[in-house]
Design a protein around this ligand. Sequence first.
Ligand SMILES: [Zn+2]
Length: 175
Amino acid sequence: MKIMALFIVATSLLNSSCSWAQTPSPKQKQNMEEQKSNPVFSRSKEEKVTMSEEEWKKILTPEQYYIARQKGTERPWTSKFEKFDEKGTYYCAACGNTLFQSNTKFDSGCGWPSFFEPVNKKSLIYLPDNTLGMQRTEVQCGRCKAHLGHVFDDGPPPTGLRYCINGVILGFEKK
Ligand SMILES: [Zn+2]
């Protein structure tokens, strides 16, 4: 009888684990943050996003925060989008802003997802970057100013440009 009672208690604890387990694993937490608790994420809104660094820290994963808000660079050859040729649209993982179409993606061999043209002029912001003893042009998301990567002038036709983008801050919507 006692064993049966214990069994029932244990089972009910297991069944209710969804509601009382308030400490999600880092993986679960990451997924929740990406899918739910981002108040500015939108695949259609165009108005500019301004949020404090503290708020961004809560919304983004640590890797995304490092790239987007601290102008970090992911290690080359680590992005799932580096060798990836599905048809669709790439958007800013921080705010949902549409950035690139898959038909402008090319294999640059540089170790990061590369594109020769953004979706439109407003989708990106360009800024001079003279750090690391180089003269480069930084590209940021036109909506939330997330650091995305850099643009170089050694890309393929028709633009001759190479947008070298950190895959961590990209989302993908299949066509
Ligand atoms: Zn953005």
